[in-house]
Design a protein around this ligand. Structure first.
Ligand code: FES
Length: 335
């Protein structure tokens, strides 16, 4: 018999057989779980039992949530005797990298002419910084002001991170960011954030990457991974913007689509002027017009919550299953 153990605050779900400890099950499933001795001596694995009950191996006693001992349970000994919710810091999902803080130097700022800039940061030498393409970082302006930006490139030896930042003159935080992103400045960041990245890099299913405006940054990183790792799948990139001057990476995407047979790129402008010769309307409608079947597709959405949920609803109406669609929005703005 197995029980479902929910690990908070990370909200990871673990099936634990009744003969296993929670630590053993975590290790079996590739979950990184803090531990030291694995024998009830070091207390590294101690956390709280919020609900449910466990039996402690070696000590041969039971603990139920709410009891005095429930705040200090050794999960290397604890075998669940019911479904449980536990609180344990430092637990990482399979493949997840630990979050770190870093001070980076701004080495380059390239304007695109529509109040969007490409900011290049150099990570500090000697500090291990890992992230999955598709994840994001936070720029820490002060203890209460953290600004999230998708990382626009893949991990590299040069320790370079690219961000695509759209500024607004009406916004105080935007003014502060513009100042912070000055060549030579040092900015504090923490990373990696987000679970919207390719979980299965062996998949051969078609991948649809749909972005609105600066959401293209996340798409760029994932597309670069597909090319660099020669992933065996078709990659369809759709980028929607209100006006054509918002396509600040248009040439870049045209180039990678020309250079890679399995990469396809479509720009879509929703409020075109007379000069625009390309696709018009909503970006996902263009994608649906081009596609005959999405039953095996993996779809990643990068944009505002409003755009993301509108696209999701249309995809679900077309028979796409919710589990085929990923977006950071589902995590930071659940509905
Ligand atoms: S790992 Fe040492 S007490 Fe659990």
């Amino acid at each position: 018999m197995s029980y479902l153990v929910t690990i908070l605050p990370r909200r990871l779900f673990l099936n634990v057989e009744d003969h296993e400890t929670i630590l053993e099950a975590a290790q079996t499933h590739g979950v990184t779980f803090p531990y030291g001795c694995d024998a009830g001596a070091c207390y590294v694995c101690a956390g709280a039992l919020e609900s449910g009950s466990v039996h402690l191996r070696i000590e041969e006693r039971n603990i139920t949530a709410g009891e005095e001992d429930a705040d200090d349970v050794l999960f290397c000994l604890a075998q669940p005797t019911s479904d449980c919710r536990i609180i344990m810091e430092g637990v990482l999902a399979p493949g997840e990298y630990p979050m770190i803080n870093a001070s980076c130097q701004v080495t380059q700022v390239t304007p695109f002419g529509n109040d969007t800039v490409e900011v290049t940061l150099r990570l500090p030498a000697g500090k291990k910084v890992e992230f999955h393409p598709g994840q994001y970082l936070q720029v820490i302006l002060d203890k209460d002001t953290h600004c999230a930006f998708s990382i626009g490139n893949i991990p590299n030896q040069e320790r370079i991170i690219q961000l695509y930042v759209g500024f607004s003159d009406k916004d105080e935080t935007s003014h502060r960011l513009r100042e912070a992103f000055t060549v030579g400045n040092v900015v504090n960041i923490d990373l990696p954030h987000g679970r919207c990245y390719l979980q299965d890099t062996k998949s051969t299913q078609p991948l649809y990457l749909i972005a609105g405006s600066t959401g293209i940054s996340q798409i760029k990183s994932i597309a670069e991974q597909c090319i660099a790792d020669q992933l065996p799948r078709d990659v369809h990139i759709y980028w929607g913007v209100p006006a054509a001057n918002g396509l600040f990476l248009d040439r870049y995407f045209q180039r990678i689509a020309n250079d890679n047979d399995h990469v396809h790129y479509t720009a879509v402008v929703s409020e075109p002027d007379d000069e625009w010769q390309g696709r018009t309307g909503f970006v996902h409608k263009a994608m649906l017009e081009d596609t005959t079947g999405l039953e095996n597709a993996e779809i990643i959405l990068c944009g505002s919550p409003g755009m993301t949920y509108a696209v999701l609803d249309d995809l679900l109406a077309q028979g796409v299953k919710e589990e085929q669609v990923q977006s950071d929005v589902f995590e930071y703005a659940p509905r």
